[in-house]
Design a protein. Structure first.
Length: 219
């Protein structure tokens, strides 16, 4: 293999999910991609506000349905939820101040995990090779560790919801990750709450509450 081939072999494609009606495929280790996003009203788990011309849907991914990610997030207690927002109005809406929380059946509020939160949950040990003083001579513990930061970053870059504005007559979609590691059946009785979405004049839309299993969907 010559130098050019070696360089080409090492370059991995990457993309950032932003405003789009469809989820654009990205190359993954297993050559899998998520199914294309549809209009929010096409989902069973949706809250539609006809007067405001905005619909918000939530699509959780569990088990094999999350196989297009680099890592198996559900195995670590992280629930990937695709947020789909459709603006059927004639003016844009803003998510700059939005709060998007996973509300458990018990009413507990779980904010979306940041990339640093995910790294802390998944990387074991958190500080591979760190030295601990045992007697007069510090020794290394933890060995090489299983640092997966690059894979986590690749998934966040490719799939996380990142669009601040939703233009008229468009649909935006992307993933949020929620720490549900302390809940046995996190989707039962739970909902996704989206608050503080603003219209083009800075006024707030009514809060969106998207209950899971609204139409008996099986995940």
């Amino acid at each position: 293999m010559n130098v050019t081939e070696k360089c080409a072999h090492r370059i991995l494609p990457a993309m950032l999910v932003i405003a789009s009606a469809l989820t654009v495929p990205t190359a993954q280790a297993a050559d899998k991609v998520p199914p294309p996003a549809k209009s929010a009203s096409a989902y069973g788990d949706v809250d539609e506000h006809p007067a405001e011309h905005v619909s918000v849907a939530a699509e959780p991914f569990t088990g094999s349905s999350a196989g297009f990610f680099h890592l198996n997030y559900p195995a670590f207690g992280l629930m990937p939820v695709r947020l789909i927002i459709t603006n059927d109005g004639d003016t844009p809406i803003s998510l700059a101040q939005a709060r998007i929380d996973f509300i458990t059946a018990a009413g507990d509020k779980i904010p979306a995990a940041q990339i640093e939160d995910v790294e802390r949950m998944i990387d074991t040990p958190p500080n591979p090779g760190a030295k601990m003083p045992l007697g007069p001579i510090p020794i290394k513990v933890g060995g090489k560790g299983k640092n997966k930061d690059k894979q986590i970053k690749a998934d966040f870059d490719a799939f996380s919801y990142s669009s601040i504005a939703v233009e008229p007559h468009t649909t935006h979609a992307g993933f949020l990750f929620y720490d549900v590691s302390q809940i046995d059946h996190p989707l039962i009785g739970a909902k996704l709450e989206v608050r503080e979405v603003q219209n083009s004049k800075g006024g707030q839309l009514f809060a969106f509450e998207v209950p899971f299993y609204k139409l008996g969907v099986n995940y």
